[in-house]
Design a protein around this ligand. Structure first.
Ligand SMILES: [Zn+2]
Length: 94
């Protein structure tokens, strides 16, 4: 356990803690809108969030996603993100 190599870390828009990219879910803002990008490969501006609905609710309340994307985030975007995250959350606990 003496690895000195640092893996890239990203900050969760919810809890504001840094995690390895792999542990977070990428949210992307593209021309098609804002959505969860499980592959992390879609073009567009990205933000990262834990696979936790709690973090999404925090980001929602504090408007961190708006700040991150520098634009208004519609209510239905959050609804989609909630659905995606609850799916992922369910998968993780299985
Ligand atoms: Zn988080």
């Amino acid at each position: 356990m003496s690895s000195t190599k640092k893996l890239p870390q990203r900050k969760c828009v919810g809890c504001q803690n840094s995690f390895h990219k792999r542990e977070l879910i990428r949210i992307v803002k593209s021309e098609e809108g804002i959505f969860v990008d499980p592959t992390g490969k879609k073009n567009g501006r990205g933000a990262y969030i834990c696979k936790k609905l709690d973090c999404l609710e925090t980001a929602y309340k504090r408007k961190n996603l708006e700040r991150s994307f520098k634009c208004k985030v519609d209510e239905n975007v959050y609804q989609n993100l909630r659905e995606e995250l609850s799916r992922l959350e369910g998968k993780a606990s299985n």
